[in-house]
Design a protein around this ligand. Structure first.
Ligand code: NI
Length: 394
């Protein structure tokens, strides 16, 4: 079976690269992936599958093996692009001005189309059902995953496990990365307005200086991470926006702060929100100002089910060799695959797409991001193999 999959993957290499280049040329923003969804549906239909639309621009299809009711495993690819202007001079450069597949979701989609083809060829040789999930809006709150789940993507049939793949430019092409347990962070946005009383900077005693208060608050908020967070739970709090529109001799009336709070535990996350709110309001009021704070919830934290991830790592070692399977570090970025992992055991792993010798080193979400396309052959073959291996597991 393993060599059969590897041969099938090799045989469609050109096709999968063509899919990726097509998607890369015509990227679409989160929740606007109409052409992308139509392309996916058309390709799946050509393979003899019956794709269904879900959450407007999502596409779902089933590949039924023998005894399809026995077990269902879901495979997920995200399909949206980012509001970034591509700087690469490549034949498949984005023709949609200011929109770019800068997070490799084109690669995920192309790879899952390849996987669909391979599994469809092999459907008489495995038992159970594979549910293909092409998910929109990964890059934008509330996350396409949450909408797909609301619309029942984890029902009829209900997958018992879900597997997701993401490109990783820091990992050389040919390598695969896994991490059991906590892997990626919850992502919440902080919006703070501090109202004081502005006026001439020469007479601070007659004013309530919101710049001074905000400066204290930025420093003080770090105690959430350094003094309040349980040390065993990774936490990050960053303030990235500090707007005080006074001038050399004018203190403004108000200051705006924006930031992010990230962690890897849902209970602590809730508690941290309370603490941040309390700290901000009390500190600002103790200094005479008024604080308005809004915490917008983003994605939950992503936990890779340890048992499933151990099985997937083992299977991947058989596919690419032990030396090519590496352990991943914690990653404080967010990923809406986390929503699935709140419902069923999931495994989110990394596909190496970097190639230093060829100058493919740019990080995700940058205008020069690109992938070594030879990763796609491994991407679609490995995912097929992982799905079939997991279906075998009772
Ligand atoms: Ni991404």
């Amino acid at each position: 079976m393993l060599t059969q999959i590897q041969h099938l993957a090799q045989s469609i290499a050109e096709q999968v690269v063509a899919h990726r280049r097509h998607l890369h040329t015509y990227p679409e923003l989160s929740f606007w992936e109409f052409q992308t969804a139509a392309y996916i549906a058309q390709e799946l239909t050509h393979m003899g599958l019956a794709p269904q639309k879900m959450a407007t621009t999502g596409v779902v299809a089933l590949i039924e093996g023998r005894h399809p009711e026995k077990k269902t495993v879901a495979l997920r690819a995200d399909i949206d692009a980012l509001p970034i202007k591509e700087m690469n001079e490549v034949p498949y450069k984005s023709v949609h001005e200011g929109v770019m597949h800068a997070c490799g979701h084109d690669a995920h989609t192309a790879s899952l189309l390849g996987t669909a083809y391979i599994l469809q060829q092999l459907r008489h040789e495995f038992e159970g059902t594979v549910k293909l999930i092409f998910q929109p809006g990964e890059e934008k709150i509330p996350g396409g995953a949450s909408l797909m789940i609301q619309e029942g993507v984890l029902q009829n049939p209900a997958p018992s496990h879900i597997i997701g793949q993401h490109v990783m430019p820091q990992l050389p092409v040919g390598k695969i990365g896994f991490r059991e347990g906590m892997y990626m962070a919850s992502t919440d946005e902080l919006y703070i307005r501090i109202v004081g009383k502005g006026g001439h900077a020469a007479m601070p005693d007659r004013l309530i200086d919101p710049v001074y208060i905000a400066a204290h608050l930025v420093v003080s908020l770090q105690q959430v991470v350094s003094r309040m967070a349980p040390p065993r739970i990774p936490s990050v709090l960053s303030v990235g926006r500090f707007i005080a529109e006074g001038i050399t001799n004018v203190i403004p009336n108000e200051v705006f702060l924006q930031g992010t709070f990230r962690t890897m535990d849902e209970e602590w996350r809730e508690e941290a929100h309370r603490r941040i709110g309390k700290l901000a309001t009390e500190l600002v009021s103790s200094m005479g100002g008024i604080c308005e704070i809004e915490i917008r919830k983003g994605y939950p934290y992503l936990i890779n089910n340890p048992a499933l991830t151990a099985r997937m790592r083992h299977a991947a070692q058989a596919y690419v060799g032990k030396d090519n399977v590496v352990a991943l570090d914690l990653w404080m970025a967010g990923e809406d695959f986390a929503f699935y992992t709140q419902h069923i055991p999931g495994c989110f792993y990394r596909l190496g797409t970097g190639n230093e010798a060829r100058g493919i080193v740019s990080g995700v979400h940058t205008p020069t991001f690109d992938i070594d396309e030879s990763a796609l052959i491994l991407g679609c073959g490995l995912m097929s193999w992982l799905a079939i291996e997991e279906l075998k597991h009772a």
